[in-house]
Design a protein around this ligand. Structure first.
Ligand code: GLN
Length: 305
């Protein structure tokens, strides 16, 4: 498949379509990003790399970090103990919604919405001596890149606000679903969201989900095949909040978005692909990012469906 040719066509079409959207401003530091950034990078399971635009520039990965948190939690905690504290159903609600949590007694719908990721961070805090360091080491190992880091300014900017996340974690603490100090869990969660990565680095990190849990460079099995199957299923059904159905419908791949404007998607046994464009639609997903991935599966004529 001529992926580079296809990516070039996608770039041309996106520039022509002038897609709308607004940069996230509720985390003040994110509002400083230039809205017209656009980059895309595809890594195939045989190690080929294709890209265009601002694919090497780092941006705030935000909720994409929830996937790596879950992967690490699955390595540290028994599966049953995780799944009795967080469910695996699509939420149909915004990423920061509180209403379902009360109806469902402090058990989040899934690990890819904020409440679910907070529970996963709580689990990690119970198991890790130095959560910030060990989480970063894990992402660097998956990415094969030791220069990836947190962005302290973005984390501080979110810590200074973050009121709905604070409400969420306190509600869950009230229901007995948070074991550690809520402020410490929140700090860890905000740090994970502040990770700064490029499309290239994201695609190289997520290729493990296309490669049945094995790293590309040495075929080391970092995640079991069962865990990879389940995580891809969760990304498919829950990776885009109340737009998970729309993303499945238009793109047809498992994936995860973040309010920094990044989206990563995975085609099992074929490739991982990351796209970045900071302008978001009203559901908090990158407008051009979704369109780019829709074009990718349309032009290649293949998706998991
Ligand atoms: N850190 C952000 C928050 O908690 C992440 C949200 C997102 O990327 N959807 O609100």
């Amino acid at each position: 498949m001529d992926y580079q040719g296809i990516l070039n066509v996608i770039e041309d079409k996106l520039v022509g379509e002038k897609l709308d959207g607004a940069v996230a401003t509720y985390i003040p530091e994110l509002a400083k990003v230039k809205p017209d950034k656009l980059g895309m990078h595809l890594t195939s399971v045989i190690g080929e790399e294709f890209h265009f635009g601002d694919s090497e520039e780092r941006f705030s990965i935000q909720s994409i970090s929830k996937v790596m948190s879950l992967a690490l939690a699955l390595l540290k905690e028994d599966d049953e103990k995780i799944w009795e504290r967080v469910d695996v159903e699509p939420s149909g609600d915004p990423f920061n919604s509180l209403v379902q949590l009360e109806y469902e007694h402090g058990i989040p719908r899934n690990p890819l919405i904020n409440s679910g990721a907070l529970v996963i961070c709580d689990i990690l805090m119970t198991h890790l001596k130095d959560p910030q360091k060990e989480y970063l080491d894990f992402v660097r190992r998956m990415a094969g890149n030791s220069t990836i880091n947190y962005n302290k300014k973005v984390a501080a900017s979110e810590k200074a606000g973050g009121y709905s996340n604070r409400a969420m974690i306190n509600l869950m603490k009230g229901y007995g679903n948070i074991q550690n100090d809520p402020e410490e869990v929140l700090n860890f969660y905000f740090d994970t969201c502040s990770l700064s990565m490029s499309c290239r680095e994201l695609a190289q990190t997520f290729v493990v989900f296309a490669n049945q849990g094995k790293l590309l460079k040495d075929e080391e099995q970092v995640l079991s095949e069962v865990h990879v199957k389940r995580m891809n299923a969760i990304m498919q059904t829950c990776g885009f909040y109340d737009e998970a159905g729309e993303f499945s419908f238009r793109v047809g791949l498992p994936g995860k978005s973040g309010v920094g404007g990044g989206i990563v998607a995975v085609y099992p046994n074929m490739y991982s692909v990351a796209v970045w464009s900071p302008k978001l639609n009203e559901k908090g997903n990158s407008t051009a990012g979704m369109r780019a991935l829709e074009l990718l599966t349309e032009i290649t004529g293949s998706s998991i469906f």
